[in-house]
Design a protein around this ligand. Structure first.
Ligand SMILES: Nc1nc2c(ncn2[C@@H]2O[C@H](COP(=O)(O)OP(=O)(O)OP(=O)(O)O)[C@@H](O)[C@H]2O)c(=O)[nH]1
Length: 961
């Protein structure tokens, strides 16, 4: 075994991956150790592997630590999930218990009554009472039980079941309670029959009257009840219980899985049962007077004999046998009742049902919220770069505890020192918390008082129009804006304000977000501002469902926003709306007329065809959603910034979509990192208004600074509160920016080393040739002092790509471009990420800079500033001058005296000066982006099509400390 292990070979790259270090580094180490290896795919033996692991023990430790953290996180996560699941389960059980408890008293009450000698007058009453209670519980019908009520109840029940499976559970519980009830009765029936005088006998005979609710039960469970499984006292039923229980379980299972067919069967069985009742009643000749009794009597045989013997089958058979005796009148009466029960959906019954559904929904929501709250208790919401002091406050420990913990983790921190993300995560974990990073605005969120139900009123829907380029989004918005959808509104809205309100008909309003395209929609959503209620998806009927249509669908679906389809350009002869509908269905948007859920309207944004109908459909969709807003005038209003601009005369003007309460002139507010006091409010027509309520877009004047789209504007109680909060946010923001700007930069590296923040300087090297890389890597690896060492995390030949930049950003590395440049995207990304990307042409300069940087001696006062880039699209041979590049200015500007470098596939092949810059035949001083020009280079002739000429200048830059 040991020998086998010794003989086992390991690939260098695999070892490197295990250690999460660069394979080149491992390769180098192996070479240094005398290993005969050619590349990172070479194999090494166990001995060498151990040596490598020894050498990279720190890295190994880090990998192990990370793994540990990850596992711990996973463990905690599943624990939290388990916790919330348990809570949910517990509450559900509690609810069930409560529910059955509320049914139980009825049973006892009933039981007591059974032993009262003069039962006759009492029993029916009790019976009705019990029934009424059950009915109430199932249906919440408050009226007293009437003759036909059981049937109605059942039918409504059935409708409920169709709607919601929960109802079945409830019904099941009632069912069970009934059965308990019956079992008890049955048991007690036996006793009185034997012990009490004969005159008591009618009482038990009446007892089956209790079976009246069992009609209910039957209808709920679809089968005649049989043995109830000895739920309470006497054990004689146990003989049958195994069989019965299993059939009971099956039945329940069936009930849960019931489909339409089963429901239809149930309906049939209901008729059967009722027929049975009716027939029995006929037999007794007491048909209408007390409908509760006859069925009871019919079923009397069941408990008497059944309590111990009968199962489901005999009863079923019995039913079937009785079918031929069915009275047609009874059937049609039942059908009528059933249908009327169904038709009732628009009446009180449906309202009650709806209320009941809402109640259940609310209960569920509160349960989920509770479970969520519990799980949240162990999450510490913290801003990035929080100090030990702040973190301690959030976790309810002392800063000293945190510093000590850091100490034990090998980190030396002071009370106010900012901690990085990883450290915060690690420390939080040590204290049993999970760190969740939030923005400064979130961290300083304003507490919003709960909405009072009486303040909630229907508000206009907020609509965003999305669709593919040229499918007519702008045309539709323009038409809506300018049309006279309602007389008197024509041509009213002239300004572009990002959002406006349209009155459609009968004073019904719709708010449009005038930010066509899903980018704005997504950007707002990314900032946590979900303002759109409904998306209008525009698809041109003369075109097809296009990539952006699909994207829009996906965005709307991801945001859970309903889509109303507008098939545009139907005025065109080549329009084919049916094709669009087919394609939409393939994309997962099935229109209503095809049985789907999405409303669809054919329109012509150009001619105004179908726009009013489209608005109607949008309003209908909004109605279904019951969009409500808080219309209280006493609460502090809030809204979302849709867009902002800086007006020379008026200062900052922002379009705000009010979400809660009323914005009023004079209100102090915070919005993101800025604050202000409302100086003026204007509607979309530029008319001054005094206040604006929910879903109303309004132009607000009075900001101190420009807020960002998606920021929440919250009215504060006083100017002072607003200022305090805004200042707090600004401080956190500044800290973040400061920390971000301390991303590893050669200029400031020494300070970070001194602060103990840096132990390793990570670098990515991209160079023109493999030779340069080797030379650079060798040189750089040698540079290290006691506090810090250089680590090359990636190296490669060729231009600097986005992947390199992303890697550098993720690992806080510096990129060295040796005679290579980044491509356009990589350059933009590097700027965005504020990464230090340095370009060199002499190896010695690289080494010198890095060495100096580590010592804190680096003073890079001269910096290069990129001016623009040109693409060579044609090469002309000009006699006496040489080759001239016919170029297109891609971005920026080029000046006649610019320094330039020529790049071929990202690799620098020339660095020098422009020789000539021309437009047509004229010499020009500069050329802007988007123009063509002719370019020749000083002392360089080998220009080729596809080359990039990069213009730059050297500027002095203040040294960062
Ligand atoms: N015949 C006809 N042409 C239309 C209709 N709606 C829009 N167009 C034309 O289609 C072209 C594109 O319309 P836009 O409203 O600019 O389309 P868009 O989706 O906003 O395009 P982008 O803003 O580029 O995304 C314009 O030339 C419109 O005149 C219509 O209902 N019928």
């Amino acid at each position: 075994m040991a020998i086998e292990e010794m003989e086992k070979k390991y690939r260098i790259s695999d070892i490197a991956r295990e250690l999460q270090v660069s394979p080149q580094e491992v390769l180098q180490f192996v070479k240094l150790e005398g290993g005969k290896v050619a590349s990172t795919s070479s194999m090494v033996d166990q001995g060498m592997r151990e040596l490598i692991f020894g050498h990279f023990s720190n890295e190994k430790k880090m990998v192990d630590e990370t793994m540990k953290i990850r596992q711990e996180k996973q463990r905690r996560l599943s624990r939290l999930e388990e916790q919330s699941r348990k809570t949910y389960e517990k509450e559900r059980q509690l609810k069930e218990t409560l529910h059955s408890a509320s049914v139980a008293p009825a049973v006892h009450e009933e039981k007591k009554e059974l032993f009262v000698p003069e039962v006759k007058p009492v029993v029916p009453e009790t019976d009705e009472l019990v029934l009424a209670k059950q009915v109430e519980e199932i249906e919440q019908i408050e009226e007293p039980v009437q003759l036909e009520q059981p049937v109605l109840t059942d039918q409504t029940d059935r409708a409920d079941r169709a709607d919601q499976t929960d109802q079945t559970d409830q019904a099941d519980r009632t069912d069970q309670a009934d059965r308990t009830d019956r079992t008890d009765q049955a048991d007690q029936v036996d006793q009185p029959v034997q012990e009490e005088p004969l005159e008591e006998a009618p009482v038990p005979k009446e007892l089956p009257v209790k079976e009246e609710p069992s009609v209910n039960e039957q209808l709920v469970s679809f089968e005649t009840p049989k043995n109830i499984g000895g739920l309470t006292v006497i054990g004689t039923l146990d003989m049958h219980s195994p069989f019965d229980r299993s059939s009971e379980a099956e039945r329940k299972k069936k009930n849960r899985k019931k489909n339409f067919k089963e429901q239809a069967d149930a309906l049939k069985s209901e008729f059967d049962t009722t027929v049975k009742e009716e027939v029995a009643a006929d037999e007794k000749g007491t048909v209408k007077k007390k409908p509760a009794k006859p069925p009871g009597e019919t079923n009397a045989a069941a408990p008497a004999g059944t309590a111990s013997t009968a199962g489901a089958q005999p009863i079923k058979k019995g039913k079937k046998k009785k079918k031929p005796d069915v009275n047609d009148k009874v059937i049609s009466a039942n059908i009528r009742t059933t249908i009327s029960g169904m038709d009732d959906s628009g009446g009180t019954g449906s309202r009650q049902k709806f209320r009941k559904l809402r109640k259940i929904e609310r209960e569920r929501e509160s349960e989920a919220a509770e479970a969520f709250r519990e799980s949240q208790q162990m999450i510490v919401r913290v801003t990035e770069y929080a100090s030990p002091h702040e973190l301690a406050d959030l976790m309810g420990v002392t800063a000293k505890d945190i510093i000590q913990k850091c100490f034990s983790l090998g980190k030396f921190v002071t009370i106010n020192q900012r901690l990085d993300k990883e450290s915060i995560e690690l420390i939080a974990l040590e204290f049993g918390f999970e760190a969740e990073f939030i923005s400064e605005v979130e961290a300083t969120a304003v507490l919003i008082e709960a909405d009072e139900p009486e303040d909630m009123q229907i508000r206009p829907p907020v609509i965003t129009i999305m669709g593919h380029v040229d499918h007519g989004k702008t045309s539709l918005l323009d038409y809506i804006r300018n049309s006279n959808v309602v007389a008197g509104e024509s041509g009213g809205i002239t300004q572009h304000i990002g959002a406006y309100e349209v009155t459609v008909e009968a004073d019904r309003k719709i708010t449009f977000l005038d930010t066509p395209g899903h980018e704005a929609f997504t950007a707002m959503r990314a900032r946590g501002a979900q303002v759109t209620d409904i998306v209008i998806l525009v698809v041109a009927a003369d075109d097809s469902v296009m990539p952006q249509t699909i994207e829009a669908i996906n965005h709307a679906k991801a945001a859970g926003v309903p889509i109303v389809v507008a098939i545009n350009k139907v005025d065109k002869p080549e329009a084919n709306p049916e094709k669009i509908k087919t394609q939409l269905s393939e994309a997962g948007v099935l229109v209503e007329e095809w049985g789907g859920e999405h409303q669809c309207q054919e329109i012509s944004a150009k001619k105004g065809i179908g726009i009013a109908e489209l608005m109607e459909k949008v309003l209908a969709e909004a109605e279904i959603r019951e969009l409500k807003g808080n219309f209280s005038r006493d609460i502090n209003a809030s809204g979302i910034i849709v867009e902002s601009e800086l007006d020379k005369g008026k200062g900052v003007i922002s379009t705000v979509l009010v979400q809660r309460g009323f914005l009023k002139i004079g209100d102090p507010f915070v919005a993101g990192n800025t604050m202000g006091k409302i100086r003026a409010l204007m509607d979309e027509r530029g008319k001054r208004i005094l206040f604006a309520g929910p879903s109303q877009p309004v132009r607000v004047l009075g900001f101190e600074d420009l807020p960002q789209s998606g920021d929440v504007l919250t009215v504060m109680s006083s100017d002072r509160d607003a200022r305090d909060l805004a200042q707090k946010r600004q401080v956190i923001r500044r800290e973040h920016e400061f920390r971000r700007s301390t991303r590893v930069k050669l200029d400031s590296i020494a300070r970070q080393i001194k602060e103990g923040l840096m132990k390793e300087l990570s670098m990515i090297i991209k160079a023109d040739t493999d030779g340069s890389i080797q030379a650079l890597a060798d040189g750089l690896m040698k540079i290290q002092n006691e506090e810090v060492k250089v680590q090359i995390i990636h190296q490669g030949v060729g231009q600097i790509t986005e992947t390199d930049v992303l890697l550098a950003a993720a690992s806080d590395a510096i990129i060295i471009g040796f005679r290579v440049r980044p491509n356009v995207n990589a350059k933009k990304l590097a700027e965005k990420e504020d990464l230090d990307v340095r370009f060199y042409s002499v190896i010695y300069h690289v080494l010198e800079d890095v060495e100096k940087a580590l010592e804190g001696m680096l003073s890079p006062e001269l910096h290069e500033e990129s001016l623009g880039s040109l693409e060579v699209r044609q090469v002309f041979r000009v006699p006496k001058v040489g080759n001239v590049g016919g170029c297109y200015m891609l971005e920026g500007k080029v000046f006649r005296d610019s320094k330039v470098r020529l790049l071929r596939e990202g690799v620098q092949i020339y660095d020098g000066q422009l020789d000539a810059l021309r437009r047509f035949k004229d010499d020009v001083k500069e050329v802007d982006a988007g123009y063509e020009c002719g370019v020749s280079l000083k002392n360089y002739d080998d220009i080729k099509v596809g080359d990039i000429v990069e213009a730059y200048r050297i500027v002095e830059k203040k040294r960062k400390l």
